[in-house]
Design a protein around this ligand. Structure first.
Ligand code: G4P
Length: 288
């Protein structure tokens, strides 16, 4: 699903999450490992009202592994437990119930001391559209759960999914929105396909992607698009456009007169990046 948010949606989504918070012990905050801050809701701390939280950097299979490690360290420094995962293959998923339980260690110990047998940890998955919430729910459930997904306003009885004996999961995720004020956040999300090209123009998105990737991932970029020279000045827009044109020529995007069709070239480039054809990359780095 692509992102199309309006202020009314945000208020409703926030209210829905806050209703669900009353039912659960712990929140699993799903972020995209390639762009953890851009895929994060700016008001998350306020919305979650101090609920214990496990951060899962999903789609780690598509992200630069070294950068993902830095993000895990970054979130740990913030005082959170953070792990990487790949909900589509299931990598990193089986640790989640135990990690969720560890977040409630103090509470569980107190209950045990009083002779109360603690029940399974109740969890809610939250995240922006397309980050992999439904995939993770299905993966944890070990089967396909019908009617999950992003349909604000669709109400139904709350269902709990058993995840082993340790955890129970709400079958409907909490849908959050990204920050819209910062244009670069929009571009990062658009490079990954989370925002539709009709909202942001393909050439602008590709320009943003090329500018970042030639700087931080020149070797794989060069290899994928059979280029020769990196730009002399990474900040020079003309040099970035020249690279986009070179990509267009390689992909046969020529108009009459031999000019490169930049729109077509941009769409092809983005399609290849999204399909992981250039290999793994991250679009945000805690140290940059
Ligand atoms: P949402 O509920 O948060 O909106 O996200 P959803 O689970 O629908 O996942 C959105 C897309 O991301 C899906 O692809 C899904 O397969 C993919 N995805 C989820 N987790 C991962 C992951 O860890 N790694 C990778 N590489 N992809 C992941 P899609 O193209 O929309 O659908 P489909 O091709 O799977 O049918």
């Amino acid at each position: 699903m692509t992102i199309q948010w309006f202020p009314g949606h945000m208020t409703r989504a926030r209210r829905q999450i806050q209703e669900k918070l009353k039912l659960i012990d712990v929140v699993i905050e799903l972020l995209d490992a390639r762009l953890p801050l851009s895929s994060r809701n700016p008001m998350i701390d306020e919305i979650l009202q101090g609920k214990p939280r496990l951060i899962v950097l999903n789609k780690a299979d598509l992200a630069d592994p070294a950068v993902t490690k830095q993000w895990i360290a970054f979130f740990k420094q913030e005082g959170h437990t953070a792990v990487e995962a790949d909900a589509s293959s299931g990598r990193g998923i089986k640790e989640i119930p135990q990690l969720a339980k560890e977040l409630l260690k103090d509470k569980i110990e107190k209950q045990l001391a009083k002779g109360i047998n603690p029940r399974a940890v109740r969890a809610l998955i939250v995240g922006i559209p397309n980050v992999g919430k439904s995939t993770l729910i299905n993966r944890l459930a070990g089967k396909s759960i019908a009617a999950t997904g992003d349909r604000p306003g669709v109400t139904k009885g709350q269902q709990w999914i058993k995840v082993g004996t340790e955890m129970e999961l709400l079958d409907t995720p909490g849908i959050l929105w990204p920050k819209f004020e910062d244009q670069n956040v929009g571009y990062r999300l658009a490079v990954t396909g989370a925002i539709r090209e009709e909202i942001l123009n393909a050439e602008d998105i590709a320009f943003f992607a090329v500018k970042y990737l030639v700087r931080y991932y020149w070797e794989p970029f060069k290899a994928r698009f059979e280029l020769e020279q990196p730009p002399g000045d990474y900040e020079d827009p003309d040099e970035i456009v020249a690279i986009m044109e070179a990509v267009g020529r390689k992909r046969g995007c020529l108009q009459s007169g031999g000019r490169v069709d930049l729109e077509k070239a941009s769409k092809i480039l983005l399609r290849e990046l999204r399909a992981g054809k250039m290999g793994r990359y991250s679009l945000e780095d805690p140290n940059v």
